[in-house]
Design a protein around this ligand. Structure first.
Ligand code: SAH
Length: 266
């Protein structure tokens, strides 16, 4: 598809497009993202970008990997930002491709600030964040009138790799629904903090792993059993922790029919 039914902005040489690739399924790309994939000279991509999406890149485009893979240390964030500036200053059309949405726990803001500092023109193309897309594919509505009128997106991982202490866990425990990114490793301390802050251990919880991909897995459990069931299931990252009554609706709304990994008493 080289022509679109609507007019697309020009991808100018010397500019950077910060593009969200969505959670995995290529069908969830935006038309702007596809346009960028077709016109970029260089694509600087992260570990979470699905291979089927990279396959859509223009055949002459150069693919540059900027994430962590095979135990190698990840490229340092300032280095990635500087690399974007250098490529743009060489006159390339630079596509910075990130999983989900670039501004949701994606360090897109840091990169955009570096581009501003270097006077490099840029555009941001939002993507479907996994906290929305992977939930929908798991049959868990992010909100519903009967279950939750608020939902918070939370990171379970601080810059130092610990459970974020800067967060007010007591306030989070009072919210009806939480979606935690980068939290699989810290599910134990996170659920303990929420329970200690007054959240009922029987609150429905789910883990959605590799959501929207052919490898999607969903674990249904409760806040109190979260850590043990994660360990028993061997469920793997990237994964989201989902906490709240809306998880129960999955029993009716699992439109993919993938079923769930269920442990312990049901
Ligand atoms: N910018 C991304 C988030 C990057 S942080 C976004 O908007 O989705 C990385 C975290 O995102 C992972 O640790 C995991 O919690 C979550 N994640 C990303 N893709 C996912 C997927 N396909 N399924 C489940 N979780 C995913």
């Amino acid at each position: 598809m080289d022509s679109f039914p609507i007019e697309m902005p020009e991808f100018r040489p010397g500019s950077v497009w910060l593009v969200g690739a969505g959670p995995g399924d290529p069908g969830l790309l935006s038309l702007l993202a596809l346009h960028a994939l077709r016109h970029a000279d260089v694509v600087v991509y992260d570990a979470l970008v699905d291979e089927r999406i990279l396959a859509l890149v223009h055949p002459e485009a150069v693919l540059e990997y900027a994430g962590k893979r095979g135990g190698k240390p990840s490229a340092k964030q300032p280095d990635i930002s500087k690399r974007l500036v250098v490529l743009a200053q060489e006159g390339k059309r630079v596509l910075r491709l990130k999983g989900g949405d670039p501004f949701v726990f994606g360090r897109g803001a840091e990169e955009a600030l570096t581009l501003v500092g270097a006077d490099v023109p840029f555009r941001v193309v939002p993507g479907i964040t996994s906290g929305v897309g992977a939930l929908a594919y798991a049959g868990i509505p992010a909100t519903s009138r009967d279950t939750n009128s608020a939902i918070a997106f939370v990171t379970g991982h601080s810059a130092t790799g610990d459970v974020p202490d800067g967060l007010d866990w007591t306030a989070l425990a009072r919210l009806p629904a939480l979606v935690l990114y980068m939290a699989l490793k810290h599910a134990g301390p996170i659920s303990q903090r929420l329970i200690a802050a007054g959240r009922d251990a029987d609150t429905p919880a789910a883990v959605v792993s590799r959501g929207t991909t052919p490898h999607q897995k969903v674990l249904e459990t409760t806040l109190g059993r979260l850590e043990a069931d994660i360990a028993a299931s061997g469920i793997e990252p990237p994964a989201l922790l989902v906490i709240g009554e809306m998880v129960r609706l999955r029993s009716l709304l699992d439109w993919q029919g993938g079923g769930a990994m269920v442990f312990g008493e049901v």
